[in-house]
Design a protein around this ligand. Structure first.
Ligand SMILES: NC(=O)c1ccc[n+]([C@@H]2O[C@H](COP(=O)([O-])OP(=O)(O)OC[C@H]3O[C@@H](n4cnc5c(N)ncnc54)[C@H](OP(=O)(O)O)[C@@H]3O)[C@@H](O)[C@H]2O)c1
Length: 284
């Protein structure tokens, strides 16, 4: 007798990663769980449900009948941990069997990158929930690093000469698609997703600048300079400053330097390089 196909749900499809995953899995007719239906991507065969992570009732209702869930971590906010926990609890109560979560490489209670502590908390909630799970522990996104530059092309921060094994977002999407296509092969697994090499920010700036046709450079700041420059430019809360600055201190202290072959192990080809992640140089 043919097996009934699992019902798959994907969050974050109005964003970069969830959108890529939803498109890669279009054949599986995913249920897209979005906060705003008017911004949902148009994917033939997919269905829509509306819920925000902080709304337990709407989330449980959106997740009813779902077997496998791809949960993109929420945007950074003061209530992120709580919102993650609300959504994870809603998933468990709705009967979701397997949750695939985008975590962070080195997620830990005392992670240098302060948002890595949120991911540790989400991982703990997932483990406690009783659902089966797969954790995709992503390093920083390769294709986001050039956007750390200011208008003058300077990437400023206290990263010293530390290294970052950043991963292409497209590789995270490819790994997620393989896992979600055969979830029973990845039960309770944790993958640390990195690029093929660990780069200093000098190297990132030089190579990304060449690909993007921009004059990028890394300018090392002290910790005091990093807090001072951001405090002067933005009216934001301390947790936000800590998140921004600790992106660099995590690079400085080696937290982001480990290179793994997990992308290759899951998708069967090497991880994209910085040049492949950023695409060919613009013509002319
Ligand atoms: N490793 C890294 O370097 C790195 C860098 C950036 C981000 N991240 C993390 O990875 C995630 C995915 O990255 P991305 O580039 O795809 O980000 P993105 O383009 O900003 O997309 C985030 C998606 O998550 C949804 N979302 C955010 N908060 C939510 C909430 N509280 N409830 C329900 N949905 C929510 C957003 O919905 P709306 O469209 O309604 O806002 C959007 O669809 C980010 O959310 C962040 O947690 C990691």
């Amino acid at each position: 007798m043919p097996r009934t196909r699992a019902t798959l749900a994907v969050t974050g499809s109005t964003g970069a990663l969830g959108g890529d995953v939803a498109r890669l899995l279009a054949d599986l007719e995913p249920r897209l769980i979005v906060r705003d239906a008017s911004r949902a991507p148009s994917i033939a065969g997919s269905t829509l449900a509306v819920a925000s992570y902080d709304d337990r009732e709407a989330s449980a209702s959106a997740l009813r009948g779902v077997d496998v869930l791809f949960m993109v971590s929420a945007s950074e906010s003061r209530t992120r941990r709580e919102d993650h926990r609300t959504f994870i609890a809603a998933a468990a109560s709705a009967g979701v069997g397997h949750l695939v979560y985008t975590s962070f490489a080195g997620a830990a209670e005392d992670a240098t990158f302060t948002l890595g502590r949120d991911h540790h908390d989400a991982e703990a909630a997932i483990r406690e929930s009783g659902m089966r799970f797969t954790l995709l522990r992503d390093n920083f996104y390769l294709d986001v690093l050039p956007f750390f530059a200011d208008e003058s092309g300077a990437i400023r921060g206290p990263a010293g000469q530390g290294r970052v094994a950043a991963v292409a977002r497209a590789d995270v999407a490819d790994v997620a698609a393989v896992v979600l296509g055969a979830p029973e092969e990845h039960l309770d697994a944790a993958y640390e997703l990195t690029g093929p090499e660990a780069l200093t920010l000098d190297e990132v700036a030089a190579r990304a600048g060449t690909v993007l046709g921009r004059d990028l450079r890394y300018v090392e700041e002290t910790l005091d300079q990093a807090y001072g420059s951001r405090r002067a430019a933005y009216d934001v809360e301390q947790w936000q400053l800590d998140a921004w600055v600790s992106t660099y201190t995590a690079i400085a202290d080696g937290s982001t330097a480990r290179v793994t072959d997990d992308v290759e192990r899951v998708v069967g080809r090497p991880a994209r390089t910085l040049e492949q992640a950023l695409g060919p140089a613009p013509a002319g």
